[in-house]
Write a protein that binds this ligand. Structure first.
Ligand code: COA
Length: 145
């Protein structure tokens, strides 16, 4: 897989993955375009077979990054893509002097929670009713070493 900084040229494919990966809380198209006007937004895609198969967007403030959205194309899941991609992206963040990553995840999203635990994230706390359908979020975090 080749990992590249996300550009607007990747957005059609990124938005398609977003639309099939999330239901009530999927970002809309304008949300993705807006990221390109934010200097604290850092974003990457992973490309395989000439196609975007994974993306992640972070907001970085000082030494901390918050993962805003992240998904793997459904046809490419359970092949180690997320683990590899995030480990590489965390190296890029570390080079930019980021040493702490935080994220929100649905309490029921076991694939993602398992992935984050495998990557060394810990559950910090719970946000009651965080999602629009009333589900709680876990806040998870990891120090980048
Ligand atoms: C969560 C997601 C990113 C995982 O991507 P992936 O490329 O399939 O993950 P990997 O193949 O790298 O798997 C890494 C680990 O994640 C966990 N995992 C992945 N899929 C899983 C599943 N269906 N059930 C349980 N655990 C799972 C496992 O711990 C796995 O490690 P293992 O293979 O040693 O068991 C992917 O399912 C996805 O895009 N989901 C929809 C969007 C989403 O939920 N994004 C995160 C929002 S916070």
């Amino acid at each position: 897989m080749i990992i590249k900084e996300m550009t607007k040229e990747h957005l059609d494919e990124v938005i398609e993955i977003n639309n099939v990966s999330f239901t009530t809380d999927a970002w809309n198209e304008q949300g993705f375009y807006r990221e390109f006007s934010l200097d604290y937004s850092k974003k990457w895609v992973g490309i395989e077979d000439g196609k975007v198969v994974v993306y992640a967007i972070f907001w970085c403030h000082g030494a901390e990054a918050f993962m805003m959205t992240f998904a793997v194309h459904p046809d490419y899941r359970s092949k180690g893509i997320a683990s590899y991609f995030l480990a590489e992206v965390f190296k890029f963040l570390k080079k930019e002097n980021i040493d702490y990553v935080e994220l929100d995840v649905r309490k029921s999203n076991l694939p993602a929670i398992n992935l984050y635990k495998k990557l060394g994230f810990k559950i910090e706390r719970e946000r009651p009713g965080f999602y629009s359908d009333g589900e709680n979020a876990f806040v998870m975090s990891k120090e980048l070493v």
